[in-house]
Design a protein around this ligand. Sequence first.
Ligand code: LR7
Ligand code: MN
Length: 576
Amino acid sequence: TQDDEYGYAKIIEEKDVARSGGGGIVADEDEHPDPGEDVENIIGNDDEGGVSVPLTYRSTLLKKWRTAPVVKPGAGNHGEMGKPVKIPDEMQELMKEKFKENQFNLLASDMISLNRSLTDVRHENCKRKFYPPKLPTTSIVIVFHNEAWTTLLRTVWSVINRSPRTLLKEIILVDDASERDYLGKKLENYVATLPVKTFVLRTEKRSGLIRARLLGAKHVAGEVITFLDAHCECTEGWLEPLLARIVQNRRTVVCPIIDVISDETFEYVTASDQTWGGFNWKLNFRWYRVPQREMERRNNDRTAPLRTPTMAGGLFSIDKKYFYEIGSYDEGMDIWGGENLEMSFRIWQCGGILEIIPCSHVGHVFRDKSPYTFPGGVAKIVLHNAARVAEVWLDEWRDFYYAMSTGARKASAGDVSERKDLRTRLKCKSFRWYLENIYPESLMPLDYYYLGEIRNSETQTCLDTMGRKYGEKIGVSYCHGLGGNQVFAYTKRQQIMSDDLCLDASNANGPVNMVRCHNMGGNQEWVYDSDDKTIKHVNTGNCLQRSTRDDPTTPLLKPCDYSKGQKWLMQTKFKW
Ligand code: LR7
Ligand code: MN
């Protein structure tokens, strides 16, 4: 069922090419680390000037699809073909100094041409696809606050150089109250000389990226809105597959594969086509490996659109009318964060489709910290936005979010009545529907018996992750009742889980470790008997037991004897 409301051709023709696999590139796959795995999520200020936000950067360990064609490096050709820039020793000090301005290597960026060349990173089969000759036009909306000149204009030039002119209506730059002179009149004069209509809008006061995007969207003359961050580089053929997909179904919101432009060297590094967007209990966006079932749905065609549970947020195209029909953005969100999950849940729950289009690649400078201020405090803002997402879209699963921290429970969501009305008006489906149908692999379990602390009857201490990581032992400590490291879900799949970690034992005598949940039972299966209060490990038949005096923070796995030290209570509520 394709609703071709543009009246354009709907069939994307394809030359007679083998649709499976993709030849030699498949071999690289298994070595890819899960990009979500080594990413820490921190909220808090940092004394080096940058602000730590929940990180969403991608691992730069990812391999390239194809090796770059050989170019002869000439003097001044820094970074051509997406190559890394090497800063000479005598400039290292200056480089470090300039890094602080934008939290990326500004010196390197300034050495690279605004028109730099990139390799064609697409999968071979993508180059053989044909798109309808008549596609809708798009306006590009780029919001920025204190962006560097070269990254901003390299974004603009990459759009101009790599988009068919007939499809490119205009480029709209939205300045969100920047404080840098060059972004004033100088920028306006510069964009007036560009070969594609480009203009600058300005928010009167700092309004954050969400409201800045709403301002940009209002001025869009094209049929499709394409949002980009202000430090991107579009690659060959990036635009057509996005627009063609919207023609097939205007309720499809499409994202390119977001490649990595190194914040250190500005090297262009291709990201995996096997990751999609998810989120954890803290409502941080995370990349995860695409599950087998989605690969099968796509007939293992790696160039076919990939349905993703969530999007990163910065780079996507959406039919302009549909953008407004579906509720644009939540104007109650400030500065940064949350809007990507809000829009993702809204699209899926309210009848849309969210996809990553693997034939479209756009690079983005991923950085470790935000370079700009968060007026009122980063935690306050990020938690406010997340609370709005939880309140409007998560139904009872919002408890998982609130369980994770006192800060989350204290933050105010403000008035969300308008967004709730929108949800009702659009007759959106429940979060249960989303978990069942769109994201069964979610870290938020579909069915669970209990969410809260797990207390030992004898010692009155509680299971505690102790903030430890994958593969480490589970602990016990004084029950503080504040959630966080002492919150566990006992799921219908008989897992005892905390966010992405599950209690796991591979040996009858312990230890009991926290291992990434695999949802396949095995060593992660536990039976809680609510009558005799035991937690029995299914594979070994042994029971979870209190810690002893020699090691008071480590619970044991021992033959079941129904003593008090093997009784655990799953019945208390958090203090909130
Ligand atoms: O107050 C602000 N006003 C702004 O105009 C704060 C930011 N901005 C601009 C900023 O200059 C930039 O152009 O907004 C854009 C995004 O801000 P970044 O680049 O500091 O954010 P990010 O790349 O870390 O953030 C990702 O998550 C954000 C959540 O609110 C947005 O959705 C970003 O668009 C998003 N970026 C991407 O999806 C690119 C891939 C990163 C990932 C994963
Ligand atoms: Mn960004």
